[in-house]
Write a protein that binds this ligand. Structure first.
Ligand code: BES
Ligand code: MN
Ligand code: ZN
Length: 500
């Protein structure tokens, strides 16, 4: 990740390769732009008058070698209607400006973005959003490409400019938060973008173990240890794969000793072919992303360590492939889970809930204060919410409220679906305790009903990230591939918790 600093100082005095000034609708400059205009005479007013520049959101125009300044170029970036500007708008602007300047060959640049007014946002909020935009927007996964854009990268540093020296302390704190959460998000993206032949359960275990730290203990169970512990539902899904499963436990102690942790549980399907109920060939390659839940969990731990989050966390990841080897579990099989509940397998492609049953039951046994699980669980969730929000379902009222607030704040959004008792009927089995599919209707909810049987009465929230965890179009803050969904959301949730 490139270097980012915060500073206070006038635009006309900066010696960087570029100064980025916001321009609002109606070609209106903000405070630094007006001061810049005073220092440079008629250049800016002439430019604004003569060229087709509007201030429309995300458009930009660049002037070179403006007399009376020390910078090579001034980029005016459209911020649109200030009343409609959001923190996510700032994230997008910062990402867009950084990428454009990089392509144009600028090396060290100054962003006068935090002086934009965003309703309900503090200066630290704005600084954090700008830094996240730069770090997330410049992310690239080029490990397997001989010609790397990264080698051509011009941009070396971004300075985020604020109006008053007095705010430097709080702005630096915000920058540190942005660094931690961006590191965690980009780490989750890196793991998830790895292909299935590299990112195996064993690899996930190694990556988790490498996070070990003074405050973080990591235990990785191999197949033998999993058999001994009795994670039989995970073993059933693993039967069709030649690769060993892994069960990963992370214990982070950032809070008081003895305080019950928040449990973070992740689905780590390193490749989901569907098993004997095989998936169609089209886009099956995307099922390498079926471990994004576990990547989010690891990304959150990475951020927690870097931020020194004052909370206790328990991480639990169940990881396997879902393939079709001759020993594969079959439709009709009845699996006895770690908790003892029996599961009638009617479709081997509904495997996520099966492995999560053991991970959730184990997590609940540790008596955490809350449980949050992350899973690319259902295609139905992609149909319901698309890529704009993760599905949120659960029993923890305060937990869900907190997640909704953090979702709005971080733009890593969630949308709640109901867990009405009546839906439980859909997963009734005639010959076992429950069955692993609930029919065509309400597929995301019935998957959550299944999970709900394994969390006891601990406040619980399930995040179905099937539609948000990766994208094949790319956005301003994420290229094509894994997005790191869930990391910003839950790091924000945990940070607020730490404050109370
Ligand atoms: N990993 C998939 C869910 C998925 C599908 C995520 C498409 C993202 C895009 C999960 O294991 C699965 O296959 N679910 C089935 C469940 C069904 C058989 C009840 C699904 O959603 O089709
Ligand atoms: Mn599946
Ligand atoms: Zn799956």
């Amino acid at each position: 990740m490139i270097k980012i600093d915060v500073k206070a100082g006038a635009a006309a005095k900066q010696r960087d390769d570029a100064v980025v000034l916001p321009l609002l609708d109606g070609r209106k400059l903000t405070e630094s732009g007006r001061a810049f205009q005073q220092a440079t005479g008629k250049v800016l007013p002439d430019f604004l008058r003569k060229f087709d520049i509007s201030g429309a959101f995300s458009t930009s125009r660049t002037l070179y070698h403006v007399e009376g300044t020390y910078t090579q170029r001034v980029m005016l970036i459209g911020a649109g209607d200030e009343r409609k500007l959001t923190l996510h708008g700032l994230r997008r602007l910062a990402a867009t400006a950084a990428r454009k300047l990089d392509k144009g060959g600028a090396r060290d640049v100054s962003f006068y973005l935090p002086e934009l007014n965003v309703r309900g946002a503090s200066l630290p909020d704005k600084v954090q959003a700008v830094a996240e935009g730069v770090w997330l927007g410049l992310y690239a996964f080029e490990k397997y490409q001989t010609e790397k854009e990264e080698n051509k990268r011009a941009l070396r540093s971004v300075t985020i400019m604020i109006s008053s020296r007095r705010d430097l302390g709080s702005a630096e704190g915000a920058l540190a938060n942005a660094r931690a959460v961006s590191t965690g998000t980009n780490f989750a993206r890196d793991l998830a973008n790895e292909p299935g032949n590299v990112c195996t359960p064993e690899f996930l275990g190694e990556q988790a173990a490498a996070l070990k730290h003074g405050k973080l203990k990591v235990t990785v169970m191999d197949k033998k240890a999993i058999e001994k512990a009795g994670f039989t539902a995970l073993l059933a899904v693993n039967q069709g794969s030649a690769k060993e499963p892994r069960f990963i436990v992370l214990e982070y102690q950032g809070g008081k000793k003895g305080t019950a942790p928040v449990a973070l549980v992740g689905k780590g399907l390193t490749f989901d072919a569907g098993g004997i109920s095989i998936k169609p060939a089209a886009q099956m390659d995307e099922m390498k992303f079926d471990m994004c839940g576990s990547a989010a969990v690891l990304g959150i731990f990475k951020a927690a360590i870097e931020m020194n989050l004052p909370v206790n966390l328990l991480g639990v990841i169940a990881s396997t492939e879902n393939l079709l080897g001759s020993a594969a579990y079959k439709p009709g099989d009845i699996v006895t889970s770690y908790k003892g509940l029996t599961i009638e397998v009617q479709n081997t492609d509904a495997e996520g809930r099966i492995i999560l049953s053991d991970a959730l039951a184990y997590a609940a046994e540790q008596k955490p204060a809350e449980i949050i699980d992350f899973a690319t669980l259902t295609g139905a969730c992609v149909i319901a919410l698309g890529s704009q929000a993760s599905g949120l379902i659960g029993t923890g009222k305060k937990l869900k409220k907190g997640l909704k607030e953090s979702g709005d704040h971080t733009h890593d959004r969630v949308w709640e679906l109901p867990l009405y008792e009546e839906y439980q009927d859909q997963i009734k089995s005639k010959i076992a305790d429950i069955r692993n599919i609930g029919g065509r209707e309400a597929g995301t909810i019935t998957a959550a009903c299944f999970l709900s049987r394994f969390v006891d009465d601990i406040p619980w929230a399930h995040l179905d990230i099937a539609g948000t965890a990766w994208n094949m179009k790319g956005t301003d803050i994420s290229p094509v591939g894994a997005t790191g969904a869930g990391v910003r959301l839950v790091v924000d949730y945990l940070s607020r918790k730490g404050k109370f």
